[in-house]
Design a protein around this ligand. Structure first.
Ligand SMILES: [Zn+2]
Length: 192
């Protein structure tokens, strides 16, 4: 069991066939995930392809995460919470500036992703729209979206299986609104 401390991130390899369990240990905590093909990092997670091929805004058990080259990167085998999406980009310094008029330094998923992925020679501009695990984004009939407290309870998890050799970036999200105002760690486990 690995622990991503609050408002931080991690990056690691996941071999084809290995499973990744992402756990919200304390409840109401979002985790952003990005994926890259370990053999060619120009191939990466695509929100657009995933929504196209899965024909759903919400992505859960039985759905696949697809790449920009239209290949399956991972399958969701189990999801005890059932609320994950691609509706917002990883929180970044600009998120806090543009959306919340907050000009001082603020930790963010974007920074935590690119600093964690640096060791794999992945740069800030390479970071795709992340898969928002445990995130509770609601939308009304006019398309207006709002970020609501996560529905996840302590111990909820999502279990992924890698369909190719992957580099994974994973965070414990740093945005107040996404995590009902408090920051918690995210746990993860790699299973063979
Ligand atoms: Zn975030």
């Amino acid at each position: 069991m690995q622990i991503i401390k609050k408002q931080s991130g991690a990056a690691f390899k996941l071999k084809k066939g290995q499973k990744l369990k992402v756990i919200d240990a304390h409840g109401e905590q979002v985790s952003d995930m990005v994926l890259f093909n370990a053999k060619d990092q120009r191939e990466k997670l695509s929100s657009g392809k995933t929504l196209d091929f899965e024909e759903s805004i919400l992505i859960s058990s039985g759905n696949f995460l697809w790449s920009n080259r239209s290949n399956k990167m991972a399958e969701i085998l189990e999801d005890t919470n059932g609320r994950n999406d691609f509706l917002l980009a990883p929180c970044s310094p600009e998120t806090f500036k543009v959306m919340y008029n907050y000009d001082a330094y603020h930790p963010s998923c974007f920074e935590n992703l690119y600093t964690s992925l640096e060791k794999f020679e992945i740069e800030p501009d390479d970071i795709p729209t992340a898969f928002n695990i445990f995130m509770n984004v609601q939308f009304d009939k006019n398309g207006k979206i709002s970020v609501e407290p996560p529905l996840s309870k302590a111990g909820d998890y999502v279990l992924f299986e890698a369909k190719i050799d992957l580099i994974v970036g994973l965070t414990a999200c740093s945005a107040e609104d996404s995590n009902n105002g408090s920051f918690k760690p995210i746990h993860y486990e790699i299973l063979d």
